[in-house]
Design a protein around this ligand. Structure first.
Ligand code: ATP
Ligand code: FE2
Length: 326
């Protein structure tokens, strides 16, 4: 079975073609990069609507197939920015109707998790999902992905991106912060905000703004930011491993591209005799492949949707999804 998946919850519109064995036939995406400041939902949606048809055409032709060979259409149903979600849902519905193929709406966060499990042999891992809008520690239990700990305010990636705008690093700032951090050495004072199993980032952002105003070395501030927030994430991941009694960790989401975060989690896991699995770099950030793959899992386990079921959900939570494929 061949699934075409369309992603478009926020900055990136992506299309992927995947078969039920997990083979990726083709994959294309494009990210909206605002000239100044953060993402404006309407502008990002305009970007997606201009590009989505061309990307679909491109993946179909690169895969060397015809439209008639597609068996299933999947799209990102939420969570995300309303205008972006509506644009992509409209494209997916139009394709589904014109090809007379079934349509499946996918939870974006669960898709990040499932692409993390795809192709590796992690049987029942704990997941650290660290992305732009989300920061959650998740484990599967009784038909759902249960959230053990999460951010109480903004996602870790959004915090890094907001910091990047303040520091003039452009959007998005994760890679630039990582590069600068490698040249820093002095640990500046930032609030370490772990509360039980949850974390919080907004206070760190405020403190970082004060350091910037005082004219600290940017390399040292990036270094301190990474050391502080990644230590927080590693701490809650470790505690969740112990509580949930798991011995595997899967990293998911764009922030998991950061080598220092990966290093910290690996050191912690080694100390506990746990194994860390990291999906290919390109599938950590938003992409159509993860949506197609999750669509195949859902459809394969019997899920069906009529057009009325495909209404978008801006606040679609990870733990609302019935994980019928596990
Ligand atoms: P969500 O999945 O919560 O909806 P998102 O889709 O915006 O959020 P992703 O596409 O998974 O998130 O990842 C993008 C985020 O990853 C951005 O915030 C970006 O700054 C961050 N990021 C990318 N590369 C790195 C890196 N090397 N270090 C730290 N952060 C990074
Ligand atoms: Fe994402």
């Amino acid at each position: 079975m061949l699934c075409l998946g369309i992603e478009g919850t926020a900055h990136t519109v992506g299309v992927g073609l995947v078969d039920s064995s997990g083979r990726v036939l083709s994959d294309a995406s494009d990210m909206h990069r605002p000239a100044k400041g953060g993402i404006h939902p309407r502008e990002a949606a305009n970007h997606h609507s201009e590009l989505v048809a061309g990307l679909i055409d491109r993946v179909v032709s690169v895969a060397g197939i015809g439209y008639g060979d597609i068996d299933l259409i999947a799209f990102s149903q939420g969570p995300g920015l309303g205008p972006c979600l509506r644009t992509v849902a409209t494209a997916a519905r139009a394709l589904s109707i014109s090809l007379s193929r079934p349509l499946i709406g996918v939870n974006h966060c669960v898709a990040h998790i499932e692409i993390g499990r795809m192709g590796n042999r992690a049987s029942d891992p704990l997941m650290l999902y660290a992305s732009g809008g989300n920061t959650q520690v998740i484990a599967y239990s009784r038909g759902r992905y249960r959230v053990f700990g999460e951010t109480m305010d903004i996602g870790v990636g959004n915090m890094i991106d907001k910091f990047g705008i303040m520091a003039g690093l452009g959007f998005y700032a994760g890679p630039a912060v990582e590069k600068l951090a490698s040249q820093g050495h002095e640990l500046l004072d930032l609030p370490y905000s772990v509360k039980g199993m949850d974390v919080s980032f907004s206070g760190i952002l405020t403190a970082a703004r004060h350091h910037l105003k005082k004219g600290c070395r940017l390399e040292d501030l990036c270094f301190s930011l990474q050391e502080t927030v990644f230590a927080m994430l590693t701490e809650v991941t470790e505690r969740a491993l112990a509580q949930a009694d798991k011995n595997e960790v899967v990293l998911a989401g764009g922030v998991a591209r950061n080598r220092r975060l990966s290093e910290m989690v690996n050191i912690m896991a080694e100390g506990r005799g746990a194994k860390v699995y990291e999906p290919p770099f390109r599938y950590l950030v938003d992409n159509g492949v993860m949506i197609a793959w999750n669509g195949l899992l859902a459809y394969g386990s019997g899920q069906r949707m009529s057009i009325v079921d495909t209404v978008i959900n801006q606040r679609y939570r990870t733990d609302q999804v019935d994980v019928t494929w596990r």
